[in-house]
Design a protein around this ligand. Structure first.
Ligand SMILES: Nc1ncnc2c1ncn2[C@@H]1O[C@H](COP(=O)(O)OP(=O)(O)OP(=O)(O)O)[C@@H](O)[C@H]1O
Length: 317
């Protein structure tokens, strides 16, 4: 398998085909709690890198079903906060709870299994795999088959009517002996991957190598792969980076549709128009500290936020 890589392209080369919304029902996720409940809690988290205090007693909650924006000037601590929530860094102090369970210090793949997925500021795809295969990797994260089970097709299950081959001897054999669980999981993964590619609007290039896809397609492919792991919380790190205004507008629609599928969304983004236009609430960091939290209107009017972005009047002198 190829190593994940970063894309260096910053030019949006092609407009993306609009998503097919008829797939919503097929790819919606099951909720394990009520809308508005606390899903993730950053509880007085401090994170130091030697002498640098990247996060200083940061405290906020993400509620189930919302789109929360995490914003702040360069170096404010946004990515560090994401990294602490997704297991890349362990906080120096404080706790991070997901669905009430402490997750600080748990390995990233285990956190993903618990229901948190992310995309990266610098795109990280498997460049030598097709778009479809990249998404199937995400689906695999949910599969139950073990390595020996996959190699020797050990576990056989009784297929449903729609999983049976259409006709012939294979249908009769499958009825008597069942079908290996891995085969069924692989088929379901392929189907779901296609639905997700359609959902993000890039199904027309499903078979193409990830490295050959236009930049806008790669960004959406990362989102599709993250969705394939069926996360309750999806964290998008600067999803609009390198997008033109029309693509940013499309992205806002996609983020809303992701929430409509049942996911809770956390988005780090520098583009204020996008953040103010798509989020329900916003948390603002500056120099590792939370300086504001509220609705987009409240945050946009907050003098501390205005000062953080535009500089104090004295600074301008
Ligand atoms: N691995 C690290 N080692 C040392 N310092 C780090 C490390 N990661 C981040 N920092 C520092 O922590 C602070 C917060 O950085 P972070 O990348 O989280 O900010 P950010 O808000 O995401 O910035 P940007 O918008 O530029 O991506 C910065 O001072 C940064 O230099």
């Amino acid at each position: 398998m190829s190593e994940p890589t970063s894309s260096t392209s910053t030019v949006a080369e092609e407009q993306v085909v609009l998503p097919d919304t008829s797939d919503h029902d097929k790819i919606a996720i099951e909720q394990s709690g009520k809308q508005g409940d606390v899903l993730l809690e950053v509880d007085h988290v401090t994170l130091r890198f030697g002498g640098v205090v990247a996060l200083n007693d940061v405290d906020f909650q993400i509620r189930r079903g919302e789109i929360l924006g995490l914003i702040g000037p360069n170096g404010a601590g946004k990515t560090t906060c994401f990294n602490a929530m997704t297991g890349v860094y362990t906080p120096t102090d404080g706790k991070i709870r997901f669905k009430g369970h402490e997750i600080a210090g748990i390995k990233p793949h285990k956190i993903n299994h618990l229901g948190i997925a992310r995309t990266f500021q610098n795109i990280r795809l498997f460049p030598e795999m097709s778009a479809m295969e990249n998404v199937m990797v995400g689906c695999d994260a949910r599969h139950k088959s073990s390595v020996p089970g996959v190699l020797f097709r050990l576990v056989r299950v009784r297929p449903s009517e729609e999983e049976l081959p259409a006709s012939g001897i294979r249908r009769s054999l499958a009825k008597v002996f069942g079908i290996s669980r891995h085969t069924l999981e692989e088929r379901a993964g392929r189907k779901r991957s296609m639905e997700l590619l359609r959902f993000v609007g890039i199904a027309d290039r499903a078979g193409e190598l990830a490295r050959n896809l236009p930049y806008g397609y790669q960004r959406r492919l990362e989102i599709a792969r993250a969705l394939a792991t069926e996360p309750e919380l999806i964290c998008l790190d600067e999803p609009a980076a390198g997008f033109n205004p029309a693509e940013k507008e499309d992205l806002m629609g996609l983020i809303r549709r992701i929430r409509d599928l049942g996911h809770t969304v956390l988005v780090i983004e520098h583009d204020m128009k996008l953040v103010l236009g798509v989020t329900d609430r916003i948390v603002v960091l500056e120099f590792g500290q939370k300086i504001a939290e509220g609705t987009p209107d409240e945050v946009a009017r907050n003098p501390k936020v205005i000062a953080a972005y535009l500089g104090e009047p004295d600074d301008a002198a």
